[in-house]
Design a protein around this ligand. Structure first.
Ligand code: CMP
Length: 144
C-alpha cells in the first residue's frame, strides 16, 4: 500500500546547490512527488516541526538553522515511503552515515545534515499538515 512522507531539503542543501541532486535520488528510487515548494520557514513553523526536541541543548541552534534560508518541502509517496526515505538519507549524523546514503555522501555535520524525513507514518501525517494545505497536494490513483 502506498504511503506518504514529508521530506525537507534543509537550508544547507539549498545553499550548497544540492537540491536537484538530492531530489533526483528520491525520484530515481521510484518515489512520487505529491507536493513540492520552496519555503522560508517562519520561527513558529520551525518550533512546531521540531517540538519534540524542545529543551534539548541543540534546540535553539536547530531553529536558527531551519529558519536561516529557504527550505524545499516535499511530500513523497510510494510503497513504505517513510522507511525507504530514511534508508536513502542515512543516519542523522553525517559523520557516522555510510557512503551511498545522502548524508553519508554529502554531510559531515550532525545538525547541518541536508535532509529531514518523517520517522513514522503517524508523524508524517502531522508534519505534512504543518507544511502543506490539502489543496497543495495532488492525488494519484496508483496502487503500489
Ligand atoms: P532531523 O532528521 O531533521 O531531526 C532533528 C534534527 O536535529 C536533525 O535532523 C539534526 O539536524 C538536528 N540534530 C539532531 N541531533 C543533533 C545534535 N546532537 N546536535 C545538533 N543537531 C542535532
Amino acid at each position: 500500500m502506498s504511503q506518504q512522507t514529508l521530506i525537507l531539503l534543509k537550508p544547507d542543501a539549498v545553499q550548497r546547490r544540492l537540491v536537484g541532486e538530492l531530489l533526483t535520488r528520491f525520484e530515481r528510487k521510484g518515489l512520487r512527488l505529491a507536493g513540492l515548494k520552496l519555503v522560508q520557514a517562519p520561527r513558529e513553523l520551525a518550533e512546531k516541526h521540531y517540538a519534540v526536541h524542545k529543551g534539548k541543548p541543540f534546540y535553539e541552534s536547530l531553529l536558527s538553522f531551519l529558519t536561516s534560508g529557504p527550505t524545499v518541502a516535499m511530500v513523497l509517496e510510494g510503497r513504505e515511503a517513510v522507511a525507504v526515505c530514511r534508508n536513502l538519507m542515512g543516519l542523522t549524523d553525517g559523520a557516522k552515515s555510510i557512503p551511498g546514503t545522502i548524508r553519508g555522501d554529502y554531510a559531515i555535520s550532525v545538525q547541518n545534515n541536508l535532509v529531514h524525513g518523517s520517522d513514522s507514518p503517524e508523524n508524517a501525517t502531522t508534519e505534512i499538515g504543518l507544511w502543506f494545505t490539502p489543496a497543495e497536494l495532488v492525488k494519484f490513483d496508483i496502487v503500489d
